[in-house]
Design a protein around this ligand. Sequence first.
Ligand SMILES: NC(=O)c1ccc[n+]([C@@H]2O[C@H](COP(=O)([O-])OP(=O)(O)OC[C@H]3O[C@@H](n4cnc5c(N)ncnc54)[C@H](OP(=O)(O)O)[C@@H]3O)[C@@H](O)[C@H]2O)c1
Length: 298
Amino acid sequence: MRLRTLGDVRVGAVGLGTMPLSIEGRPDEARAVATVHAALDAGVTLLDTADSYHPPGGAPGEGELLVSRALASYGGRTDGVLVATKGGRGRTADGGWTVDGRPAHLRRAAEESARRLGGTPIGLYQLHKPDPAVPYAESLGAIRELIDAGTVRLAGISNVDTERILLAREILGDRLVSVQNRYSPAVRESEAELRLCAELGLAFLPWSPLGGISRSSLDGASALEADPEFGGFHRVARERGVSPQRVALAWLLARSETVLPIPGASRPETARDSAGAAGLCLGPEELALLDGRPGGAA
Ligand SMILES: NC(=O)c1ccc[n+]([C@@H]2O[C@H](COP(=O)([O-])OP(=O)(O)OC[C@H]3O[C@@H](n4cnc5c(N)ncnc54)[C@H](OP(=O)(O)O)[C@@H]3O)[C@@H](O)[C@H]2O)c1
């Protein structure tokens, strides 16, 4: 698989988001592990998780432990695999998501994540979401301390605007290597953040990169090409003989050299199909169609 850069690390241009393997609706252990193995077989070397990826009522870190077990049981090489985890969020018993950016919480959370992932340093530790109750600089200060203490090697931030990216760069210096925001054919609000990352050489990891293109969209291509939102993606998919999800990921990769999509999957087939996007280079006319409105209309 072609590679992209995260700080001083080179990883496969398409990663794997492991949230669907870890939260409510997750598959059984065998299928979850097979999904991670299918991604690794296809050249994926960036696995995204978080300490909060567990079902409601579950224990923090279930997702990280799953990733660790999948890596331990993989038959091939794993020394080039970068596990990117996150801290600063939690779950409520009724399925909600909480945020906690207090430095004391982040220090403890990172140490626990490191233990679950096999020791320090954590390859990439991402501050999951700004906590409105804590000045962002204070949360970032805790990440800086974790870097200085050797608990974390590289840092990322998530769910942020351009101002916070610049602040994080001031505090974390060249250890800040990535920004993870929601971005997909349907949700393009983070365009300014994507552009700033390209300018600064930071990796931009679009989360929920497929948001909106459902699995059923694989069927009935001609009707779907009339879809005002995703018609362009279905048309290119039909012409190329690939899934619209693969087209969406190839379009994301073409947005900038620093984009690294992390599509989620709960089945080996979808993990494999998404990884194939790294080998799909869209032409200027296809990109112009997809760059316009999501459906491709002018
Ligand atoms: N930082 C944050 O706040 C934040 C928030 C949300 C997510 N994330 C991260 O971003 C990752 C991706 O987001 P996501 O998992 O929410 O959504 P997503 O990647 O947009 O969509 C995942 C869904 O798309 C399906 N899919 C994936 N590849 C496909 C393909 N090639 N063909 C057909 N269907 C395909 C999967 O189906 P199957 O289940 O059938 O395989 C899965 O249900 C997460 O796993 C997580 O690591 C971060």
